[in-house]
Ligand binder design. Sequence first.
Ligand code: G3H
Ligand code: ZN
Length: 284
Amino acid sequence: MQTLREAITQAREGKYAIGHFNVSDSNQSNAVIAAAQAVGVPVIIGASEGERKFIGEKNLAALVRVAREAGLQVYLNADHTYSVEGVKSVIDAGYDAVIFDGSHLPMDENIANTKEIVAYARASGRDIIVEAEIGRIGTSSKLLDAPPEDMDANLTTVEEAVHFVTETGVDLLAPAVGTMHGRLKGGGEPKIDLARITAIRDAINIPLVLHGGSGSSDSDLGAAGPAGCSIVHINTDIRVAYRKGIEEALVANIDEIAPYKFLAGGVAGVQAMTEKYLRLFSGK
Ligand code: G3H
Ligand code: ZN
């Protein structure tokens, strides 16, 4: 089976994106894996610090290992991790990829911490992909009243991206290009700065990752791969689909108490949402 690095390189060369979906329990994880199997593409399962705490760092690693043993091209990413120690812990737990999110730190501190993590990953003896984030994308995958403050004023420049990548030796970069974590309650789509993505891609020699996918238009998200993003992250829409599916199942049968029955509605919702995005990102 391809390594994650090989799959990302293939996506970069083919100008499409691999889907990355966040989960916090085994139902969502099973739904994402089933969707990837249905579409016939690789997929990355992600879990941020809170999500990992809920499902169990090693439990999630075991679920992905089982899928891989069944021949499925499923990879595991420790999404948004804010401490160096936290990143080291998931590297030790066998994750394929890690994101050190130092985007809230002064640039020098973000660079110093990212460098330490890159060195730790290289010393692990496994091919761990290290991603870092710069600029302002916001922090929460939730329904928002308003966009995060100062978002537009903190889009990543080509110079910042080149400086950061040269200094850290990181494998993947998540720049701020107009998206935000979460989705606006009242609607309203953030505009993805596709020209900025392409300018950064052309200036650095590592793949780019688009965060904050929920809430943007399908046409912008579909164009992100060709513009230069090799991975696109979706979380809020997965959470909404799960909750909605469970709610609908309970409303349809308020006396239902078997979790495997009412949770099945959530699983179906997550699988359908994931399939939609995987087709959009891969062009399949
Ligand atoms: O890392 C997770 C993502 O960037 C998710 O963003 O909640 O806006 O889809 P989203
Ligand atoms: Zn993110």
